[in-house]
Design a protein. Structure first.
Length: 656
């Protein structure tokens, strides 16, 4: 217990003890999204932020396809689609000459087949509004001063642990210290500030989520190492209006200057242009000697003008001008004593190339939130939380390497690579539309490896990795089947996307791929169309309906619906386009089920089956368990009793 007065630097008017299940430190996009998800999962949170106001400055500018999918699953994507715009084409210049216009890469892998151009400040605003609408207040002006995990021995020999965190709020003014670095990307620990009066609270929580940025106080207080490197590149960020012969407002502009420097420009919705300018290399000593106040609009104008020369370039005004240092660092651990978790920039920082940073943090939050909710609701053991670091640390490592490679390509101005970039820019508009590649930038192809929640079937041979566990659950169109639609052709009627059926954070979704198992049993004179896959148990419509009813009933009796963590989505898909006409009697029972309770949908032409590696015609079917963050956790061929029993055992290995 703290005393009511401490040192001269921390004079407190009061000290209170507060309890909350989850404390989140840092109200940037990562912390806001974590608070939204946990609140939707019925977990009370407290969200603190040392800044009194949301910064109008924006480091991140793009929301990628995978993040939009997660926003959609959480039920909040529409607000951001209204706020943002599709990522524009890239205009590549060499000197003042336009070399090519490269279209922004779309993808057929997602309904959100584009990058959404939206500045971080507006993303933060949108998430803040979502949080307000579900009744959560952000405690602004509170900063974290110390934190620790307390472990207490109980009389029965067990140990109880919790997080104890000291936070404070200045009674007058704010918590921003005059000694803080003005260089964006600088990694440092801020010193105390003397002679202020504060409110002080001690918060006891089950868990602490640190989303407090690259300078994370939580990481510092727990002595978690942040190894990596600080690049020697001296970059400059400028937001403002300019007058130039180069049409910077036409789209994203990449300049390869005649002075062997690079500059990228992004038109912002407020009419300003964001410039990221390469200003060469500095030694650590030279970086330390930089005086940010000496970076003026005139200095930037001269440097940028030399890059676009002989084109005209004049700065008219500026709302943001800063040096930027690129750090490539990753926390030694993302999880401290199974009680404190680092997410977003607190756990990993890297170059802005590719726009991966904010998106990675938002996906950190999604991966973590549903796991914490399961544990706090008593529906999963605490060991489930170990999978957060096991899954997200390799992802962060890959993102750091990807952004480093993209930055290196962008800044490289030696003769060989400059020549290569010129050739690539010239041919890119002609070949990119015909190249079907797994674009890593949209983050749709992130893969989690086998672990306690990504389990391969022990009874079956491993299939192609493209369809294995740990992959993102893919999307596609399904036909809604109703009794009154039975006479319609397969391509008619209401269409629903598979991802639209898999909504709600904290929910496991069971996809039952029936292949053509719903076809009626052939007569004696007809050739059998029953699956004949050796070693895989098959079933029929009646048996499938019975299995669905029995297992959903059993699961719901174990895992309460109101926690939003039960198994509620069971989608049966059939690939045979003639099924609509020939199997009225056998599909009646499934067609009348409610969505999420074994309702049957038609996979016309078997496209969804193919995306999940399931044989459509004369196949045994399959059951695929999709985790609450829409990654595949388990899959087993067949839809008979033995396959359902395997799914049972998988769920029981995760859920308490």
């Amino acid at each position: 217990m703290l005393s009511s007065t401490t040192s001269a630097t921390q004079v407190a008017s009061s000290v209170k003890d507060v309890n909350v299940p989850v404390l989140i430190s840092g109200a940037g996009p990562t912390g806001l999204f974590a608070a939204i998800l946990l609140t939707k999962l019925n977990i009370p949170v407290r969200l603190i932020e040392r800044h009194l106001e949301v910064s109008p400055l924006s480091k991140a500018l793009v929301i990628h396809s995978r993040t939009m999918e997660l926003f959609a699953q959480a039920g909040i994507v529409d607000r951001f689609l209204d706020l943002g715009s599709h990522l524009s084409d890239f205009h590549v210049y060499f000197g003042p000459k336009l070399m090519s216009v490269i279209p922004a890469l779309d993808t057929k892998e997602s309904h959100f087949n584009y990058g959404l151009f939206l500045e971080q400040s507006r993303t933060t605003w949108g998430l803040t509004e979502e949080l307000k609408e579900i009744g959560v207040h952000i405690d602004r002006g509170w900063e974290l001063m110390d934190t620790k995990v307390v472990e207490e021995n109980n009389a029965d020999g067990t140990t109880t642990s919790y997080v104890e965190t000291k936070i404070r709020r200045a009674l007058v003014g704010d918590n921003i210290r005059t000694t803080e670095s003005r260089i964006l990307g600088a990694i440092e620990e801020d010193p105390e500030e003397a002679d202020k009066r504060y409110d002080v609270e001690v918060v006891r929580s089950e868990y602490l989520i640190a989303t407090d940025g690259g300078k994370s106080a939580v990481r510092h207080k727990l002595n978690i190492a942040f190894p990596g490197r600080t690049l020697d590149n001296n970059l400059i960020i400028f937001d403002g209006h300019v007058d130039s012969d180069v049409p910077f407002d036409a789209g994203i502009t990449v300049i390869n200057g005649t002075n062997n420097r690079s500059m990228v420009a992004f038109p912002l919705p407020n009419g300003e242009i964001r410039f990221l300018l390469d200003n060469g290399f500095l030694t650590p000593e030279e970086h330390a000697a930089i005086k940010p106040e000496e970076l003026t609009m005139e200095v930037f104008e001269k440097l940028a003008g030399a890059t676009v020369a002989p084109a005209k370039f004049k700065c008219l005004d500026s709302s943001w001008l800063t040096y930027y240092r690129v750090n490539e660092r990753q926390a030694e651990t993302f999880c401290y004593k199974q009680r404190v978790f680092l997410a977003g920039d607190a756990s990993h920082v890297h170059s802005p190339a590719g726009g991966q940073g904010m998106n990675t943090g938002l996906q950190d939050s999604y991966n973590l939130a549903w796991k914490i909710a399961l544990v706090l609701h008593g529906m999963a053991p605490k060991t489930l939380l170990d999978s957060y670091e096991a899954e997200r640390k390799p992802v962060a490592d890959g993102i750091i390497k990807l952004s480093a490679k993209l930055l290196d390509i962008g800044l490289a101005q030696d003769f060989v690579r400059r020549t290569f970039k010129r050739i690539a820019a010239s041919i890119a508009p002609y070949i990119l539309p015909y190249i079907n590649t797994n674009n890593p930038i949209n983050m749709l192809f992130i893969r989690y490896h086998d672990n306690a929640i990504n389990q391969r079937s022990k009874s079956q041979a491993h299939i192609d990795e493209d369809y294995q566990v740990g992959q993102r659950a893919r999307d596609g169109n399904l036909r809604v089947i109703r009794k009154q639609d039975m006479g319609l052709a397969a391509q008619e009627g209401e269409i629903v996307r598979l991802h639209e059926l898999m909504v709600g954070p904290g929910i496991f979704h069971i996809l039952v791929f029936t292949s053509d198992l719903l076809l009626p049993t052939p007569s004696k004179n007809e050739r059998s169309t029953s699956p004949t896959i050796k070693g895989v148990e098959t079933t029929d419509a009646s048996g499938l309906a019975k299995s669905i009813e029995e297992h959903l009933s059993a699961w719901r009796s174990k895992w309460s619906y109101k926690t939003r963590t039960q198994i509620v989505e069971s989608t049966a898909s059939t690939s045979n386009s003639e099924c609509m006409v020939s199997t009225v009697a056998s599909t009646d029972r499934l067609a009348e089920n409610k969505a999420g309770e074994g309702k049957v949908y038609l996979d016309h032409q078997g496209c969804i089956h193919q995306k999940y590696g399931v044989v459509g015609k004369h196949g045994p079917g399959a059951i695929v368990v999709v985790r609450p963050d829409s990654y595949i956790g388990y899959r087993v061929l067949g839809a008979g009793p033995s396959a359902w029993d395997e799914v049972d055992r998988y769920l029981e290995s995760i859920l308490a």
